[in-house]
Design a protein around this ligand. Structure first.
Ligand code: NAD
Length: 278
């Protein structure tokens, strides 16, 4: 029987644990973390994400500062703000909502955030620490996937894990985290030959391709666990993932739905990163 992994419920559990942690920090008179969120321009999807991040800070009881900069903001102006926040002792985490407008170089911005405040885990120092197993901020979405697996009692050790997608924010850190959990990891991408055959080997298949419903049951081993990171809005305004859920679900032991699977975990893990050193 297929079990549906309830990301909404698991993310709520995590947020409640974090809320309790903040309460005890307050009771002990310790410093409460504060997240600075910067948005440049007014991309509607980014506005929703930024709003949700602020709400999550409020919910768990940490501080938040938001900076809504106009589309025409120059790279130098953005850098100046990041430098100020890097030096602001009250601010413990800094996040620049991506994508930034085209006239701003994303890599330069990511590198400008102090690695000590890099709660998105995108700075090369954070990525390097992840790779060699040192302490550092972990990228939120892949970290959320690991939590979904662990909290659903799905063991990773010794399992054939296939990740489709090799982006810096999902696919690559996902592969490293699965490796850290002692999975046997294969990473597939747009140039992979025999994608279906490779995917069919997977006990745990993590899909982060960015192509609506591309993965159907022909890619899935009977009884596999399928984690769908993809998120797309369809013409009928409903959301779907990179996995053709209705076709794939009957063949799985566990599957994440879209919405309500990986999506809610990303913010929960961002909050967890905000409290990492508290
Ligand atoms: P991306 O476009 O940066 O990367 C996609 C990857 O898929 C690439 O590495 C590419 O090689 C691979 N790919 C593309 N076509 C392929 C094909 N035909 N066969 C095999 N591999 C192929 O995307 P991303 O930022 O990693 O995001 C992936 C998906 O996850 C998107 O749908 C995105 O919206 C979603 N996402 C969700 C969350 C969340 O919180 N749930 C967070 C980040 C991204």
């Amino acid at each position: 029987m297929t079990k549906i992994i309830d990301g909404k419920k698991i993310s709520q559990e995590i947020k409640d644990e974090l809320k309790a942690k903040v309460l005890s920090l307050k009771a002990e008179g310790k410093k409460i973390p504060c997240l600075a969120v910067i948005q440049v321009g007014n991309d509607p999807a980014s506005t929703v994400y930024v709003g949700n991040k602020k709400k999550a800070c409020e919910y768990i009881g940490i501080g938040s500062k938001s900076f809504e900069l106009k589309e025409e903001t120059t790279q130098d102006e953005l850098i100046k703000l990041i430098d100020e926040l890097n030096n602001d002792d009250e601010v413990t985490g800094i996040l620049v909502q991506l994508p930034v407008p085209k006239h701003i170089d994303e890599d330069t911005i990511i590198r400008r955030i102090s690695p000590q405040k890099d709660v998105d885990g995108f700075h090369p120092m954070s990525v390097g620490a992840l790779l060699i197993g040192e302490d550092g901020f972990l990228s939120c979405t892949p970290q959320g996937v690991i939590q979904l697996l662990k909290r659903s009692n799905i063991s990773i050790e010794g399992k054939e894990c296939v990740v489709i997608g090799r982006s810096n924010i999902v696919g690559k850190p996902m592969a490293v985290l699965l490796l850290r959990e002692n999975g046997t990891v294969t990473v597939c991408h747009s140039k992979t030959a025999n994608l279906k055959e490779v995917c069919k080997r997977a006990d745990i298949l993590v899909v982060a391709i960015g192509k609506p419903k591309m993965i159907n049951s022909e890619y899935v081993k009977e009884g596999a666990c399928v984690i769908d990171v993809g998120i797309h809005r369809m013409e009928n305004n409903k959301l779907c993932g990179d996995v053709d859920y209705d076709d794939v679900a009957p063949h799985t032991s566990y599957i994440t739905p879209v919405p309500g699977g990986v999506g809610p975990m990303t913010i929960a893990m961002l909050m967890s990163n905000c409290l990492k050193d508290a």
